[in-house]
Structure formats: structure tokens, C-alpha cells
Write a protein that binds this ligand. Sequence first.
Ligand SMILES: Nc1nc2c(ncn2[C@@H]2O[C@H](COP(=O)(O)OP(=O)(O)OP(=O)(O)O)[C@@H](O)[C@H]2O)c(=O)[nH]1
Ligand SMILES: [Zn+2]
Length: 363
Amino acid sequence: MSLRPDISETLARARADLRMGVPIALIGEAGSALALAVESASDARLADLRALEGTIGVAITARRAETIKARAYDGDIARICLPKRADMVWLQALADPADDLATPMKGPFHTLREGSADLHRLAVALTKSARILPAAIVIETEHAARLAAENFLTVVPASDAILRMTQASAMDPVASARLPMEVSTAGRLHVFRPEDGSEEHYAVEIGRPDRDKPVLARLHSACFTGDVIGSLKCDCGPQLRGALAQMGSEGAGVLLYLNQEGRGIGLANKMRAYALQDQGFDTVEANHRLGFEDDERDFRIGSSILRQLGFSSVRLMTNNPGKIEMMEQMGITVAERVPLKLGENDHNRAYLATKAQKSRHML
Ligand SMILES: Nc1nc2c(ncn2[C@@H]2O[C@H](COP(=O)(O)OP(=O)(O)OP(=O)(O)O)[C@@H](O)[C@H]2O)c(=O)[nH]1
Ligand SMILES: [Zn+2]
């Protein structure tokens, strides 16, 4: 029935529920569960979940498990048993590394190794796509579907969800208009809306680039701190303005402004990472301690928007080989790499050096 939400719509609802602290139901072929994000869970909801019959555990990433010295038996995921006396303070400490150094958690942690981790993995993936801490309380119960119906919870069919989440979302062009800018009066802004209900992305077109030739292009990931308020901790602001200025002086180009704040972890998590950097960890270590990979962005978004705008070949302004590889994989020719080395200062020198050493960035 067309009134019923499809899998993309259901996943968008599930993300919103997890952010709000509402449980969701995960229905798999071999079992079912209720899941609640640790970041937004309340004592009352935790107590209600505990009162249910079933196996209760906390799903975290293997990255986070490594930091707290818990064994991960499920590859990229660990299922931590929830101790009887554990409360929300304990759960927050498990998920959030802010106080790892000041008040280290006391193990040992017992991790589940029997049974399947598929629903736990899905719950963690959903918390990541909701841009909250990657940790979820998961209670495996055969009554998940009934509990969902009785309590009006979002029901996520697991195998459809897992498949959908690996696919790139289609982008719908929503609106575009002429935009005179400082770098060029011949600017145009296009807004694209992903069909999976996630954040919109923007394309800034300068001049009228020839679609038959490689276009001067930049894939810029959102950085509120660098782009908007002039943070000196990264090089994003100078890169954004430098790329636009070069497009203006050449008379043509396209800058994609992708809403993938904090390399895809969201601004709140990026600020958690910055707080860890103030404790002495570098940008990559901070992501790992939070339970994220170094880079959680999906660069397929960029190639899909470029194609929609009619471009198939680019002169890509970047120092990041990962962006070049992804463009090529997605069928966009990178005819030339245009280096974009701008904005180094005393506050970001170590950050840029880490990106060169650990994330293959070209100097
Ligand atoms: N998680 C995290 N994200 C950061 C940090 N510093 C900056 N960022 C984010 O990193 C991203 C930088 O994006 P880009 O400049 O497009 O990408 P890049 O990988 O540096 O590649 P090029 O600039 O093209 O060479 C933005 O989303 C920033 O918000 C940090 O310390 N931690
Ligand atoms: Zn930045």
C-alpha cells in the first residue's frame, strides 16, 4: 500500500527516533530486538527496557571497545553485557570518551559471543547516520513486533535496511537560482535533496562551465567552525574561499558544499573530538576513541551531483587521494589534481601533519 512508508522513509524515521531517545524495533530473519541510542536514553526508558524479557546488551564499535579494553568478538562490533547495577551514568561513560582519562571505567567488561550481532550492527550504523554517539542499548526479544505495535514504535525490517544503507541515495534537484558573489557575479546555487531524507547538499556553479571539458571542481565538506566562524584549528575556511576565488578568476567552476560536517560525524561529535584533542589525542585518535573511523564521509554523493549537473570530467581541487579514487570509481574522470594548500597556521600545523601521516594527504 502506497500510504505505508518505504524502507528509506522508515530509516529516516528511525534516525529521528534514535536522536530523540525513542526506542525502535529491528525485525530480522533470525530474531528481533528493540534498540535505544545510549546518547539520548533516559533512566525511565532504560528501566522499561530492563523490565522486558530478553537478552540486553550494549552495542558499540570495535574502535570504542579497543579504547575501553573490551573484547570485540563480532569484528567491527562489540556486544557488552549490561551489568545489573549499570545506570545511565555508566552507559554514558561507556559510549562517551570525555572522561576516559579523568575517571577510567572499571572493567572487566563481559562481551557476548554467542548468537548473531546483525541487529546490534544495524543499531550502531543507525546511530552513526543519526550523527549521535555510536552506541545503542539492544534488547533481543521475540516480542519486538508486538511491543512496537502496542507502543507505536518505528519498525525496521533488518535485511531491507542493511541493503538500503549500503546503497548511495539518489539526489533530487530541488531549486536553483542566480547568485551574484564576490568572486563572480555569474554565480548560481543549486540545492539537492537526498531521497533518503538526510541533509541537503549544495552546488555552487561559477560561470557556465563547458560540459564537454574537465571542469575546475571542489568537493568541500561542511565545516561550521572553519567555514563560518574563522576557526584556526583546520584549513577549511581558506580552502573554501581559495577554491571559489580560483573559479572566479578562471571564470568557471563548480564547488560542491556537502553537508558532511566533521568528516561525516556531525558537529556535536566533532566538538567531542576537539575536546579529546585538547586532552592530547590527534584528529584520527579522537575519532577512534569516540568509536568512529577516521573518515565517515560518503563521497559518492559528490559524483552523483556532478553527474546530475552534466559533468563527467573534473580538475579536482584537493590534497586528499581518497576523493580522487572515489571519483574515478564512480565514473568521473579526474583529468588533473589541482593542489589546494592554503591556511596553515600555528594552531592547525599538527592537524595538517597528522592528515599527511595518517590519512595519506598530499603536502
Ligand atoms: N572529525 C573531525 N572532523 C574534522 C576535524 N577537523 C576538521 N574536520 C572536518 O573535516 C572535513 C574537511 O573537509 P575537506 O577539506 O573537504 O576534506 P579533506 O579530507 O581535508 O580534503 P581536501 O581539503 O580536499 O584536501 C570537514 O567536514 C571538517 O568539518 C577534526 O579534528 N575531526
Ligand atoms: Zn574545518
